[in-house]
Write a new protein. Structure first.
Length: 139
């Protein structure tokens, strides 16, 4: 059975802390993700996402603070705009937009993090693995 590889770019303050809460609460969720923390989701560049796909990720999750709750004022609004543009760029690379997911997860939402990981993993399983040629284009 195909097991997708997911790179999770998480803001330290909210989504990253939510992931920690899911772990310390011993919530069950798929172990398909590798978490990479950023101080703010606004620091995640489209190049990071393309790098992840080029290095073998089947999906990329970007997690940040809820709109209005960013520790750096407007970082998550920048993320929202970048992801909208990046989704269109993925089409040019032949990467299904469903392989990129943006979620707002607070530090108190460990259960939401677990649910998002389970749901995203199932979605990627249904899409199947990325094609090698598509990976090469993302490099």
């Amino acid at each position: 059975m195909f097991e997708p590889r997911i790179i999770c770019f998480l803001c330290t303050w909210c989504a990253g802390a939510g992931a920690d809460l899911a772990g310390t609460s011993r919530l069950e969720y798929t172990p398909n993700g590798v978490n990479i923390r950023f101080m703010c989701s606004g620091r995640i560049d489209p190049e990071h996402v393309l790098w992840a796909f080029g290095k073998g990720a089947d999906g990329v999750l970007i997690g940040g603070c809820h709109p209005g709750d960013c520790h750096y004022m407007d970082g998550n609004y920048k993320t929202m705009a970048r992801v909208a543009l990046l989704s269109r760029l993925l089409d040019d690379f032949g990467i299904n937009r469903a392989r990129l997911r943006l979620e707002w997860i607070s530090a108190a939402e460990g259960a939401k993090f677990a649910s998002v990981m389970n749901d995203f993993t199932e979605k990627l399983r249904s899409l199947g693995p990325m094609k090698p040629a598509t990976r090469e284009m993302a490099r």
